[in-house]
Design a protein around this ligand. Structure first.
Ligand code: SF4
Length: 694
């Protein structure tokens, strides 16, 4: 007799939270999941984990899960439970009807970086092969799309250059716009271990994040910049390196486009980029900035890790290119211990981008305008692909408000809570005639949906996730899908209801198609993943064991490309009405909009969003710790409690966005990155005042 709670068997799978991609042993008793044990052979985590992966899986069994499809004619009608067949027929009829009435480009898809590679591949295939347009976008639009643009332009591909192990060979670590302790805890532990062993740390962040406090004080530089001035700070560091003769010219001559370097070096030498000239703008004392630049250029192996504090700005792509410039300038790309590494927020941001979920790119970051690339997919899919890039998420919402975009399939993404300017998102959704939400729970976006398709959790599916170091990890089915279908099967049902004839019976067949059409995945099969545990792309004939370090013998694009990075101030300005700058982020125990973690015991560690405010700013407003405050911007207002702390600088306030009651994105604006439309979540001019509560 096996008692409940005694593990009887286990399945190795991958955490579905952050981009570290920890491997876990899911231990079961009968069909009950007893516990998640970090797997010691997991190459990304080596037996370690954080409180999310270890404990926050109960949402998969939560009573709020919706297990039957539902439909309704109008969003004011009550939901009606129906069979899968009826739901698909309703959805297909509406979507095809919209295309007939308003044109083929009137519908589209938003997919999620929470989904597997195979699911994402199928969703973009649905858009291109069945809808007949390129209106497919991903939640990476609102996080790492500038990484795609910036690293693509400078290095030739959109991916971190290193594996996590590489940090053990780093002498100077730059962390910019990231808070690994909360966002990427297992990697943060490795980083701290390296810092304890003597590596120097440079943190560029408006907040005094945990890493600053835990690093040895004499080895840490904290450049507490004013939100929105990343480009100026990175350029000032480059200015010091070039004008003080610290640039790695031999490396640059050999590895980079020399003419472009000369143009960049002329640009960056200009005194307007000096730390002294930019001190007033950035708020970073010139002496501190010079010291940090010298430490990075002369301290040995230098590696840069960055997060959404870099990308979610009107100059997100410019900062990514500035970071790449800095790494090339100091010869810090192409060997162990160095490199440029975006810390991907969600479990499969890397994979979601790899799989062609952007409206301009087919899988493998190949532009949809390329006839040769289209031909590969046209042959594999037996259809003609539209050469015109489709709509990005904000364009879809704008077009919906204008009346030209009418139908949306939204998979695993709660755009009403996660995207900026909630009022505008709601207006866009309300203007659509068919919104299909495919999710575990009736989320906020589902308030505007006509069709609800129940999703499956990571415990109920087979597939792969690709982590921040390009490592393709297997996700294995731990239990049968509670709704009867894995998510890729639901997409297939919808495609077939709309006239396709897809016959996949297992995600391994989808991976085989990915390998066939995408050179960097050509050597990836489920058999290879079983044998090796995981592989890092590119994995193909040239690299059968995968590629832990990129750009070793040369950049993917050939010569590394320096790009001039002019600082342009955001249009979001402080003033008498809105004198403070709000920036946002997340906390260790919770995850993004909280749809999962709030339905687990982790909520005990963080049951509300609070507003961090500096003691000086609190005092002039008569605020005490735990007081209710009104937080208002040009876009909207909300109420939450104050946390008085010197973690934030004077003039800066900070909050998380885990709780729908707070609706932090009611506050954020629709300003966005010039190249990719990634929203400017990290800079909003606000006012804070006393309030009586919500
Ligand atoms: Fe690992 Fe990230 Fe999951 Fe934590 S949330 S267990 S660090 S993958």
């Amino acid at each position: 007799v096996i008692e409940i709670g005694t593990p009887e068997r286990s399945v190795i799978t991958t955490c579905a939270y952050c981009g570290v991609g920890c491997s876990f042993k899911a231990e079961l008793s009968g069909d009950q999941l007893v516990r998640m044990v970090p797997w010691k052979h997991g190459k990304a985590n080596r037996g370690h984990s954080c409180v999310k992966g270890r404990f926050a899986y109960g949402y998969a069994m939560h009573q709020d899960r919706i297990l039957s499809p539902m439909i309704r004619d109008r969003i004011t009608d009550p939901w009606r439970e129906v069979s899968w067949e009826e739901a698909m027929s309703f959805a297909a009829r509406r979507m095809r009807g919209l295309q007939e009435q308003y044109g083929k480009n009137s519908i589209g898809v938003i997919t999620s970086s929470r989904c597997t590679n195979e699911e994402t591949y199928l969703v973009q295939k649905l858009t291109r092969a069945v809808f007949g347009n390129n209106n497919t976008d991903t939640c990476a639009r609102v996080c790492h799309s500038p990484t795609g643009y910036g690293l693509g332009q400078t290095f030739g591909t959109s991916a971190g250059t290193q594996d996590f192990d590489s940090v053990e060979h780093t002498d100077v670590v730059v962390v910019i716009g990231a808070n690994p302790t909360d966002g990427h805890p297992v990697f943060a532990s490795r980083l701290k271990k390296r810092l304890r062993a003597g590596a120097k740390l440079i943190v560029i962040d408006p907040r005094r994040i945990d890493l600053v406090r835990s690093a040895h004080v004499s080895a840490a530089h904290h450049l507490a910049l004013r939100p929105g001035t990343n480009v100026a700070v990175v350029s000032a560091m480059a200015h010091v390196i070039v004008t003080e003769g610290l640039a790695a010219e031999e490396y640059i001559r050999e590895r980079c486009d020399w003419e472009e370097y000369l143009a960049y070096s002329d640009f960056i030498r200009d005194p307007r980029h000096s730390p002294e000239a930019t001190e007033m703008l950035t708020g970073v004392p010139a002496a501190e900035l010079r010291a940090a630049a010298r430490a990075f250029a002369t301290g040995g192996n230098g590696a840069i890790y960055y997060g959404l504090g870099v990308t979610e700005h009107s100059q997100g792509s410019t900062t990514v290119m500035g970071i790449a410039n800095l790494a090339m300038l100091t010869g810090n790309v192409g060997r162990k211990g160095v490199g440029v590494n975006p810390l991907r927020g969600q479990n499969n941001v890397q994979g979601s981008c790899d799989m062609g979920s952007f409206p301009h790119e087919l899988p493998g970051y190949r532009h949809v305008k390329g006839a040769e690339v289209r031909a590969i997919f046209e042959q594999a899919w037996g259809v003609e692909i539209d050469p015109e890039p489709g709509l990005r998420i904000p364009n879809m919402l704008d077009a919906a408000v204008m009346g030209t975009f009418k139908g949306l399939y939204c998979q695993g993404e709660d755009i009403l809570q996660s995207d900026p300017d909630t009022k505008h998102v709601a207006a866009g959704l309300a203007a659509m005639e068919c919104v299909i939400v495919h999710d575990l729970f009736l989320n906020e976006t589902a308030n505007y949906a006509h069709v609800f398709l129940p999703g499956s959790s990571f415990l109920e599916k087979d597939g792969t996730f690709t982590n921040a170091e390009r490592r393709i990890n297997r996700v294995r089915r731990v239990m049968a899908p509670k709704n009867g279908y894995e998510d890729w099967e639901v997409t297939q049902l919808l495609a077939n209801a709309m006239g396709a004839n897809w016959r996949y019976t297992h995600p391994s067949q989808i991976m085989a198609e990915i390998a066939l059409t995408t050179p960097s995945f050509a050597g990836v099969t489920y058999e290879v993943l079983e044998e090796k545990g995981s592989v890092q792309w590119p994995c193909n004939e040239a690299h059968p064991d995968g590629t832990p370090l990129m750009h070793v013998d040369g950049f993917v694009r050939g010569k590394g490309r320096f790009i001039v990075t002019e600082y342009v101030a955001t249009d979001e300005k402080t003033g008498p009405r809105f004198p403070l700058l709000l920036t946002t982020g997340r906390i260790l125990s919770q995850y993004n909009v909280g749809a999962q973690t709030r339905r687990t015991e982790n909520v005990a560690w963080h049951d509300e969003d609070v507003l961090e405010i500096h003691p000086h700013d609190a005092e002039v407003r008569g605020l005490k710790d735990r007081d209710w405050v009104r937080l208002a911007s040009r876009a909207g207002e909300t109420s939450l409690r104050a946390k008085v702390t010197d973690r934030v600088s004077p003039g800066v306030v900070y909050t998380t966005f885990h709780h729908p009651d707070t609706q932090a994105n009611v506050i954020t604006t629709d300003f966005s990155d010039w190249a990719t439309n990634c929203p400017e979540f990290k800079v909003t001019a606000v006012q804070v005042s006393q309030s009586n509560g919500p």
